[in-house]
Write a protein of this length. Structure first.
Ligand code: ZN
Length: 76
């Protein structure tokens, strides 16, 4: 294609724009990214089967059911 794409923004924004870029025909070699801030990992709640955003806190409670988490980390 000969066009280079440079995406700079938060992790979630970069992922969103990347999806659009792939749909438009860009390849990995043509896309450069600079993610700003911490990566948002998702944590899975085994109580309510929903995903929450992982925070720095070790005492995270599920944002959906407010129970103490028993989670497994998920990286996309
Ligand atoms: Zn929950």
């Amino acid at each position: 294609m000969g066009t280079k794409l440079f995406i700079s923004g938060t992790w979630s924004m970069v992922q969103d724009v990347k999806k659009i870029a792939y749909a438009a025909g860009f390849t990995d070699e043509e896309i450069q990214t600079k993610e700003i801030g911490e990566k948002e990992d998702k944590v899975y709640c085994v109580k309510c089967y929903k995903f929450s955003k992982k925070t720095k806190s070790n005492n995270l409670t599920c944002e959906h059911c407010n129970r103490e988490r028993k989670i497994s980390c998920v990286n996309e």
